[in-house]
Write a protein of this length. Structure first.
Length: 396
């Protein structure tokens, strides 16, 4: 089946955070939403069918995960990621961010240190600080238009209070797909220093041409025993509203501790539709995903060409994975708030401004390109017009 990602679908009045809340959240009118990470595409047809069929049944009582559900996940991990996952390793959580919060609470104590690699998905900071743990930033290095991990800095930051590192793999917002070598070096440092690796791999299926995602726990048995891999079908298949994620924990002792936390909060049950959608996506979603990746690749190329040609003040950081493009706006020579004003008030495009990912993101902006090309083009036109209006002004 050929999917039509060019189709524009009106998402207003669906209680969409991205569309219905954008004006309130950003404080504007008629903003074009290119921010929060969900897509303006319909999910694969088999998923819609499975959910419809389940809805027709008409009874939505407490729902248990069954063998067929686990088989679908195991099949996906093996087929798409060459990763053999055992059924017992798969724990449920109502979302990756809630899982991160629970992992922090389960495996660290208040006052312990947790490493993150900014600029990074801002809830990492929240789950650490709101649980009274201490952030240790290990900022990424931006060299020649590409981000890399700073492993020397990582080693220098480690002391006996550091208990955990949370990585984003692939990395939101800089769009890197970490290589096996990079992950291996990081993993060895963590093993040597008894630091538990929490690898947030929610974007793991969104990998562009020429890049390969490596599940952290697939690298070696030692890494598997010292890590927790957070996965979900939500980014891949646009199912975030169904609140279903799979937290993969090969180490039985770590798994038992995490399960105890889940049970203490009584949140172990699965959303009826989340279960059905996850299973059908993982069983029948390959073809749709392959076409989506092709479309995202073309969107990324369209955006890069457009910016190079018409808005040369901006520099696109090459996108390797995710559908979130990190754009270097520093040549505009604007203060953080001026840049935000330009995008939100002048261009009327809602983007995630770089500073929300930590001070290392200042001067950058993040654009969600999981939308029809017409929407992307409209966003770029608006930004081009706004930048034109200040050309020659900002630098005076
Ligand atoms: C790195 C990362 N982790 C987690 C999430 C959200 O996960 P969930 O909706 O399952 O809590 C996102 C969403 O953008 C993300 O980018």
């Amino acid at each position: 089946m050929k999917y039509n990602f060019d189709q524009e679908i009106n998402r207003y009045n669906t209680s969409s955070v991205k569309w219905d809340e954008v004006d309130t959240i950003f404080g504007g009118e008629n903003l074009l939403p290119m921010w929060v990470a969900d897509m303006d595409f319909k999910v694969p047809e088999p998923v819609i069918e499975a959910v419809k069929q389940r809805a027709e049944h008409g009874i939505f009582g407490y729902t248990a995960r069954n063998d067929s559900y686990y088989e679908a996940i195991i099949g996906w991990m093996e087929r798409r990621h060459n990763w053999k996952v055992e059924k017992d390793w798969i724990c449920h959580a109502p979302g990756v961010v809630p899982a991160l919060g629970m992992l922090v609470r389960t495996f660290t104590k208040p006052g312990d240190k947790i490493i993150i690699q900014p600029p990074v998905y801002y809830p990492f900071t929240n789950v650490v600080e709101k649980n009274e743990r201490v952030i240790v930033p290990n900022p990424l290095k931006y060299k020649n238009g590409r981000y890399v991990m700073d492993l020397e800095d990582l080693e220098n930051k480690i002391d006996q209070d550091v208990k955990m590192i949370i990585i984003s793999s692939p990395h939101n917002p800089v769009g890197r797909v970490w290589t096996k070598e990079e992950l291996t070096q990081l993993g060895n440092i963590c093993l040597k220093n008894n630091i538990l690796v929490v690898s947030d791999e929610i974007h793991f299926d969104l990998i562009l041409k020429g890049h390969t995602h490596t599940p952290f726990a697939s690298i070696s048995e030692e890494f598997a025993q010292n890590s927790i891999v957070c996965t979900a079908p939500s980014k891949t298949f646009n199912l975030a509203g169904l609140q279903t994620s799979n937290i993969i924990i090969p180490n039985p002792s770590l798994r038992e501790q995490f399960t105890n936390t889940i049970e203490s909060l009584f949140i172990g049950m699965t959303n009826t539709f989340g279960l059905v959608a996850t299973e059908s996506a993982y069983r029948y979603g390959d073809e749709w995903l392959d076409q989506l990746l092709e479309y995202l690749q073309q969107n990324a190329e369209f955006l890069t060409d457009y910016i190079n040609q018409y808005i040369p003040e901006l520099k696109v950081v090459p996108l390797e994975g995710t559908y979130l493009v990190w754009i270097d706006c520093r040549d505009l020579s604007l203060e953080v708030k001026q840049l935000e004003h330009l995008m939100q008030k002048e261009a009327k495009v809602a983007l995630d401004e770089g500073y929300i990912f930590g001070k290392w993101g200042e001067g950058f902006t993040r654009m969600n390109i999981a939308c029809p090309r017409t929407t992307l083009e409209e966003g770029l036109r608006r930004i081009e017009k706004a930048v034109k209006s200040i050309r020659g002004v900002a630098s005076k």
